[in-house]
Design a protein around this ligand. Sequence first.
Ligand code: BT5
Length: 239
Amino acid sequence: MREVRLEEIDSTNCYAKQHIDSLEDKTVIYALRQTSGRGRLNRTWVDLGEGNLFMSFVLKPSDKYKDVFSNLTQYLSVCLSNILEKYGLEPQIKWPNDVLINNRKIAGILSESIVQGGKFKGIILGIGVNLNAKQEDIDAIPDKIATALNIEIGKNVNTDEFRRFLIDEFYSNYDKFLENGFEMIKHVYISRNCFLNKEINIQVFNDIKSGFAKSVNNRGELVMQKNNKEFVLTIGDIL
Ligand code: BT5
């Protein structure tokens, strides 16, 4: 496994995408500062200053896309939760892959499948974690209620150490996860959930779906119920 350290970059995901051909499978790209971090659906990921984590895993597991790749964001959310627990916290997962502490978003995950010239090249799995931030900068983040690890534990966080923990946790079961899929983490994922067994609203592109959040199936999809009918969601933002 190789690591690429960048002082400053627009986005570690963009960097990985631009260099996908020359990057080996399992390379980790990380940057000390990220000037144009990206979220899903053209949203922005805000750099909260020095000492935060901006990182992308470059994964080239096969030359064909497999369904299990779409569950890697959920796998990473479980890995991150395991690490946050070591810091004495009780992380919760909001489907599909938001990690929250006390209902506040501490991290964001963005997975991109790279297809060039009709050929599947790999997956860029990006993650940003707020490790060291000032409350006033967090309060300025649009839309979302957010937090950072230093605020939750009341002291500064060693960014290098945290990154090491997360990379090691991710790769310790990554190959096994690709073989076994979401079922392998389903139990832990559900034990950390904060969205099941209640009425919820979910934004799916321009539509809002509502209903009772019943379960997560073996493919990591959200099983909802409304008027005694079940429906399954594969994408969306719980509001
Ligand atoms: C995400 O998108 O949460 C995925 C973010 C992925 C960021 C990483 S950093 C390394 C790699 N390189 C990149 O360019 N991206 C990845 P989404 O679910 O769409 O959430 C975005 C929303 O979260 C924004 O619209 C804000 O409301 C909120 N947000 C932005 N910055 C935040 C922050 N630092 N902490 C908490 N919430 C934030």
